[in-house]
Design a binder for this molecule. Structure first.
Ligand SMILES: *Cc1c(COP(=O)(O)O)cnc(C)c1O
Length: 517
């Protein structure tokens, strides 16, 4: 976090008469002369109430605002599950090449052979990395990838005349998007318990298996950062009852080039290109969630798919069993392009090293954090781990949210809190492979200092940010994205407690759980 004495941000800088522009002589005829051709109703009665500021004030205003964001380029960002890894800047240069950036999606195929080749090769890479041969690049996020795959599964079972398969099984540690996607796709969701060790409870799973099960959605490594060691047994059981296995691939960062979902029995998976393959993301976008499936599910994938014929590439729309489109054109090509650059830059060995380093970093940090907070599931972990502030809450009335808020004062983005739901007072920490040992140590040192602080100081943290504890739900649902002249602010009552300017404590201090992303 920016360390200027920043508890108060003066947002309203306007002073009558201040200027940061000089306009040329007005050459528009005076009002009287335009009266005959400009009807009165289109004429402003008074000039618009624009802010009046000097140029330097204006520049400082925006630059200061921009530094109040936390980003991967400015701060350590161990937001579990979201894989906030460094986004190489050369990807931005490549994505901005006019041969990519100036393309129009309605151009004739013959004129866009380069990007089609790139997308085709990306489909091939994603097929190879997952061990699942057919890929659609269309979905715009992991959640949409889940929905797409479940619609593919529904179409497949319709085709197989098995409409009785209504159930989708989801572990209780799963990301909230899993049950939401199942419900959107028209399935009934059934929650499968975890064992105290944090893995799928096989007895509970077995008790739900039957001819009405369509899909088991499993995250592996799971959201506790643990590898489901029984994965082969699990996928065999599902296949024995004729169901499909869906892998939530958000955690691919732990297993790139080490194991493949297709090899351990998954039939479908999504990728989060914006997580695993470094698409810059945050604040809700942009994302990309390609789906990879087994051959027998390929006919149901969204249209179009990029196909290769000799040395030419084309978009194949002739897929009668397809579920149709899930996105305009070909998905978020700009993010796919960055993912392609990442994969090509690193190659198979490099990708494998990414995962090894991510797992090493997480385990190093887990050992350090375990000396400070309870880490309920013993390691080793994969690319992330979950700590709990349960004891701190019991003994000192300090919650996970208080630690998360106080970390901001130390210039560290908070870990994910209150997710997964199976761990009380959870802090989910994912350092990623791009952080140095020094940064990991600095995080653990900060956490160690924080837990020793006065509880009251923690409950009122952060102390160095312009606002302290906004109503996070409201800030997301009703963001104030435009400046309103002060006189209009009262009228627009929904923006009266704008998160940008308020310093009042939130009316609803309940912590908000997992950020999307
Ligand atoms: C991020 C994530 C998702 C959802 O992906 P989005 O791209 O945010 O829609 C699903 N499952 C897990 C485990 C995730 O971490």
């Amino acid at each position: 976090m920016n360390n200027v004495a920043a508890t108060e941000l003066i947002f309203e800088l306007s002073q009558p008469g201040r200027r940061c522009h000089r306009l040329p002589e007005c050459d528009v005829p005076p009002v009287e002369e335009t009266a005959q051709w400009l009807p009165t109703c289109y004429r402003a009665a008074a000039p618009p109430p624009l802010p009046e500021v000097g140029e330097v004030d204006l520049i400082r205003h925006y630059v200061n605002l921009s530094t109040r964001n936390m980003s991967i380029d400015t701060h350590f960002y161990p937001l579990g599950s979201c894989t906030m890894k460094y986004n190489p800047k050369r990807h931005e240069r490549w994505a901005a090449l006019s041969g990519f950036a100036a393309l129009h999606p309605l151009q004739d195929e013959q004129t866009v052979q380069g990007i089609l080749q790139l997308l085709y090769e990306l489909q091939e890479f994603l097929a190879e990395i997952s061990g699942l041969p057919a890929v659609s690049l269309q979905p715009a996020a992991g959640a949409q990838g889940e929905l797409t795959a479940l619609l593919v599964a529904a179409a497949y079972f319709r085709d197989q005349a098995q409409p009785q398969r209504r159930k989708v099984l989801v572990p209780d540690s799963a990301h909230g998007t899993n049950p939401a996607s199942a419900a959107l796709a028209g399935f009934e969701t059934v929650t499968i318990k975890s064992t105290p060790q944090g893995l799928v409870d096989l007895n509970d799973l077995r008790s739900h298996l039957g001819p009405d099960v369509a899909v088991f959605m499993i995250t592996n490594p799971n959201t506790l950062g643990l590898f489901e060691t029984q994965i082969r047994t699990i996928t065999d059981w599902l296949h024995e009852v004729g169901a499909l296995v869906y892998l939530d691939g958000a955690n691919m960062n732990a297993i790139l080039g080490i194991t493949r979902p297709g090899d351990f029995g998954a039939d479908m998976q999504h990728y989060n290109v914006h997580k695993t393959f470094t698409g810059p993301h945050g604040g809700g976008g942009p994302g990309s969630g390609p789906v990879a499936v087994r051959d027998f599910l390929a006919p149901y994938l969204p249209v179009p798919i990029v196909v290769r014929e000799g040395d030419r590439y084309r978009l194949d729309f002739d897929r009668p069993k397809s579920i149709g489109r899930v996105h305009t054109f070909y998905g978020n090509v700009g993010i796919l392009l960055r993912g392609y650059c990442y994969i090509r830059t690193l190659g198979p060995e490099g990708l494998r090293q990414v995962s090894q380093q991510a797992v090493l970093n997480a385990n190093y940090l887990r050992r350090r954090v375990a000396q400070i907070l309870e880490v309920p599931h013993p390691g080793p972990c994969m690319h992330e781990f979950v700590a709990s502030a349960r004891r701190l809450l019991r003994d000192r009335k300090v919650r996970a949210m208080d630690l998360a808020k106080r970390l901001l004062d130390f210039g560290i983005h908070a870990p994910t809190v209150y997710f997964p739901l199976v761990v009380p007072e959870a802090l989910m920490i994912e350092p990623t492979e791009t952080e140095s040992k020094a940064t990991l140590d600095a995080f653990a040192d900060a956490l160690g200092r924080i837990v020793a602080e006065d509880p009251e100081h923690l409950r009122t943290a952060p102390h160095t940010t312009p606002i302290s504890r906004p109503d996070e739900v409201k800030a997301v649902k009703e963001p104030i994205l435009r400046w309103h002249p002060p006189s209009a602010t009262a009228a627009a009552s929904s923006i009266a407690d704008a998160p940008v300017v308020t310093t009042a404590p939130s009316s609803n201090p309940e912590p908000h759980a997992h950020p999307a992303g």
